[in-house]
Design a protein around this ligand. Structure first.
Ligand code: BES
Ligand code: MN
Ligand code: ZN
Length: 487
């Protein structure tokens, strides 16, 4: 889908398949040079009661006399819309256009041009995305919409500003779509090898550096915790390194670390059967690192970013790691694996140790780490864990501004008591109380050399039930966070 912004003097005369007009509660179409006919129409509709300008409401009119377009789509908006109201209205507009044979739509920006520029690609891409890769039946009846043009009456300067915002938003939407697609792919398609190939293709296309380590290289580095998880699978593990350089070589990079468990059976500590298919989404952290890189590679901000992805399956097998096994991590710390289903922290701890070599400005890991986080925060907020107040604030701000929020959870030594082991330096589980916090405490032991935060996205990265599918979160949060570091 192509997005653009154009200056128009008489938008109601635009010859287009569909003209979309946002109508704020209690206000007409005033502000336009040629709005009289539209105002009359809105007044009539209000009298007849067919359209109330409420957030999310829509009304489609075919060839009304007031406009030159074939269709007029009225979209309700709150009197003083905030970000969420705007996004809701845009989603409603996109949903109304989706089933129609409309190839070209014009969106009238009477107010809030910058907001529209930033949110049109996000909302339209989100509503129009459909997973088709492994389906043959409905794959052919694709929606018709090809181009969305925002019509503005502002100055050239204001338009230029909005165009830059639109371009960034478009890049973000492409990143989010990649993340959703990767996470939605079935686990027999999206293997560690496939994730590595995706990273290599992206690197080639955008001129990034990419390195992929296999078992032998990981053995050499001493990644005993990561390899312990991988040893039960016939799929070879992959450790993926992506490097984006937008600033000087000496500029300390920001590092993103993604959990890439392409299927989590629990291993020998086998998970129960119901909903186990959803454990294909256990690589959503890795997918969000790739999605953020896709967006950053398109936006090209002046900063350096490193992506680290630990990719493996977690399978039960004759050779699989067992409860009670003690392994040595890359950091040298020994770990007693009391539950093989707490595998995310085992692969991430070695990735966090690997991150030290970059002397990073910050490290953020992203992981579908605990069911306990879903219980604590549901699907609204991702869990944020860090002892660094400034880093916490940056991530909270980025989440709020991108409507991809996170909520700060505690990270304190007292919780780490639960990870004591009689047979190793640390155990990989801490019992049921505060399960999301003790998981974060485990990671913390391996992230002492730099500014670090952990995002638990177990509740936010996919939906269950009838709308089962990946959300693309927290790519908007990550990209906004990174762009803020470039300023
Ligand atoms: N990938 C899961 C976490 C998860 C479970 C995310 C359900 C979303 C929904 C993770 O590897 C896991 O199994 N964690 C265990 C940890 C426990 C054994 C300490 C969990 O949350 O049950
Ligand atoms: Mn698990
Ligand atoms: Zn897992």
């Amino acid at each position: 889908m192509k997005f653009s912004i154009s200056a128009v003097k008489k938008p109601l005369q635009a010859k287009t398949d569909a003209l979309v007009v946002f109508v704020a509660e209690g206000r007409g179409a005033s502000g336009l040079a040629d709005a009289d006919a539209l105002d009359d129409l809105l007044a009539q509709l209000a009298v007849d009661g067919d359209f109330k300008a409420k957030p999310g409401s829509t009304l489609l009119l075919h060839r009304p006399a007031a406009v030159a377009a074939r269709r007029l789509l009225l979209v309700g908006l709150a009197a003083k819309p905030d970000l969420r109201d705007w996004k809701k209205a845009l989603q409603a507009a996109a949903a109304a256009l989706k089933p129609l044979p409309v190839a070209q739509a014009h969106l009238l920006a009477m107010h809030g041009l910058d907001t529209l520029a930033e949110w049109v690609p996000t909302a339209f891409s989100e509503v129009f995305y459909r997973y088709d890769t492994t389906r043959t039946v409905d794959a052919k009846d694709q929606p018709a919409l090809e181009s969305v043009q925002i019509c503005a009456v502002g100055s050239e300067v204001a338009l230029g500003h909005a165009r830059a915002a639109l371009e960034r938003a478009d890049a973000l939407a492409v990143g989010v779509r990649l993340t959703r697609e990767l996470a939605n792919l079935p686990p027999n398609y999206c293997t560690p090898t496939y994730l590595a190939q995706t990273a290599q293709k992206m690197a080639k296309h955008h001129d990034l550096r990419c390195k992929v380590l296999g078992r032998p290289e990981m053995e050499k580095l001493g990644m005993g915790a990561f390899l312990a998880v991988a040893q039960g699978s016939v799929q070879p593990p992959r450790f993926i390194v992506l490097e984006y350089q937008g600033a000087g070589k000496k500029d300390a990079p920001h590092v993103l670390v993604g959990k890439g468990v392409t299927f989590d059976t629990g291993g020998i500590s086998l998970k129960p059967g119901p909903e186990m298919d959803e454990m294909k989404f256990d690589m959503a952290g890795a997918a969000s690192v790739l999605g953020a890189f896709e967006a950053i590679a398109r936006i090209k901000p002046k900063l350096n970013v490193i992506g680290l992805i630990a990719a493996t399956e977690n399978m039960p097998d004759g050779g699989a790691v067992k409860p009670g096994d003690v392994v040595t991590s890359m950091s040298g710390q020994t770990i007693e694996i009391l539950n093989t289903d707490a595998e995310g922290r085992l692969i991430l701890c070695d990735a966090l140790t690997y991150a030290t070599r970059y002397k990073p400005a910050s490290v953020v890991d992203i992981a579908t780490l605990t069911g306990a986080c879903v219980i604590a925060l549901g699907k609204v907020n991702s869990g944020l864990f860090t002892t660094d107040d400034a880093l916490a604030q940056s991530l909270l701000d980025a989440g709020r501004a991108s409507l991809d929020p996170c909520w700060r959870m505690p990270l304190e030594e007292d919780y780490a008591e639960a990870l004591k082991s009689n047979f190793a330096d640390v155990a990989n589980i801490g019992g049921r109380p505060a399960g999301a916090v003790t998981a974060a405490c485990f990671l913390w032991r391996f992230a002492k050399d730099y500014r670090w935060a952990h995002l638990d996205i177990a509740g936010t990265s996919w939906n269950s039930g009838a709308n089962k599918g990946a959300t693309g979160r927290p790519v908007p949060l990550l990209v906004r966070y990174l762009l803020a570091q470039a300023q």
